[in-house]
Design a binder for this molecule. Structure first.
Ligand code: PLP
Length: 379
């Protein structure tokens, strides 16, 4: 793929050295990558016009584009880290590219060759590499997305698509340190019905969850808890029987014997690359058993109470590992039961998980083969 590049006139010329704590993914880099897709009447797709241009308002999309009306959009989230050798490394990016195509398929959008996606990200990061923040725990957060741009009022994914990739510089997710959050569970909040697109990163799902978090905070406040402690919602399956996701993260818990348990990936749970990293390498790297299982919701709450489960949390690209200290469980009629996990603090397994994965990502701990790819220097 030959990418046309139009550089921003006033782009970053100095390394991003900052002592001010940066919030997560807060600063857009100078450029954005675009690729246009068109599906012909026989269903073949042509991806054309690969280009990098200054990051700015998007042009050339009609107000009737299906992305604005029917949520024809999917996205990804990946990270790149500057290592002590001064080079930038992406973390398991190929897996994000493959998942992007699975998400696209769920919304009847065409796949983009994985090699083209990788080239797009690498070229963009190479051009914007000075944006990589030099700060403990900092990274470049990479946001690929695909949108449907056909101007159509009938409900369709259309024939025209745009792939984009932009990046943001930001500090560690935990600016105030690695503190446990509270997850609120209520049967009032459901994320994904079976056989739809719960296993994909369709933007529509995330729009829906905004209201859940706000309402969860209100429930907490009404019941006399601090609403600011409620970070996310613990989602259970639509039938209310099983543990699914920790907001926009996979969920994990740790039993007394140190086994890490992650819900089995189903079509209502995202196949998380962070979770997979522990599933694939946890035993080697942490000396701990990592299993996937179907986790009955009521059993889960009971084993927290009995002390059988001693740690829990969420797993995802943004936060890596997010410890949960407390669950608030909606019992109806405004009543929330408070369940404290272990001693409510950051447990040793959680700390070990966090230290290992962030160590791998930042080049301080040896990485499993193919997990890190150096961004080639061509610009
Ligand atoms: N579950 C949901 C719903 C998510 O949005 C994410 C974040 O992308 C994850 C889990 C974690 O996935 P990953 O580890 O690939 O970032």
């Amino acid at each position: 793929m030959k990418i046309d590049v139009e550089l921003k006139k006033e782009r970053r010329t100095e390394p991003f050295d900052s002592d001010d704590p940066l919030t997560f993914a807060s600063e857009r880099t100078d450029h954005i990558f675009y690729l246009d897709g068109k599906v012909n009447p026989s269903g073949q797709v042509a991806w054309t016009n690969p280009r990098i241009e200054p990051y700015a308002e998007m042009k050339g999309i009609m107000p009737g584009a299906v992305v604005f009306h029917y949520g024809v959009e999917i996205f990804e989230g990946a990270k790149a880290f500057e290592h002590p050798d001064g080079d930038l490394y992406t973390f398991r990016l190929r897996e994000n590219a493959e998942r992007l195509n699975r998400s696209s398929a769920a919304l009847c959008m065409p796949a983009i060759p994985v090699e083209d996606q990788l080239q797009a990200v690498n070229t963009l990061l190479d051009i914007d590499r000075l944006w990589s923040p030099r700060q403990e725990g900092a990274s470049l957060y990479i946001r690929p997305a695909v949108i449907g741009v056909t101007d159509a009022m009938g409900i369709t994914s259309g024939t025209d698509f745009r792939f984009m990739v932009f990046a943001s510089a930001g500090g560690a997710y935990y600016a105030q340190g690695f503190n446990p959050i509270t997850l609120l569970h209520s049967h009032d909040f459901k994320r994904a019905a079976p056989n739809n697109f719960g296993m994909s990163k369709a933007g529509g799902i995330y729009g829906l969850t905004v209201r859940h978090v706000l309402e969860a905070k209100k429930k907490a406040e009404k019941a006399g808890f601090n609403p600011n402690d409620v970070g996310q919602v613990l989602y259970s399956s639509v039938d209310g029987k099983f543990v699914e996701e920790a907001g926009a993260m996979n969920h994990y818990c740790v039993t007394k014997d140190g086994t890490i348990i992650i819900p089995e990936f189903t079509n209502t749970i995202l196949d998380s690359i962070t979770a997979r990293s522990f599933i694939e390498e946890g035993e080697n790297a942490l000396g701990r058993e990592v299993v996937q299982a179907t986790i009955p919701l009521e059993d889960f709450f009971n084993v927290i109470k009995s002390g059988e489960v001693v740690e829990a949390g969420g797993l995802g690209t943004a936060a890596v590992v997010s410890p949960v200290g407390t669950y608030l469980v909606d019992q109806g009629e405004g009543d929330l039961e408070e369940l404290v996990v272990g001693d409510g603090g950051v447990g040793p397994v959680t700390q070990q998980m966090y230290d290992w994965l962030t160590g791998v990502q930042t080049g301080k701990v040896e990485a499993p083969e193919d997990w890190l790819q150096k961004v080639p220097r061509t610009a």
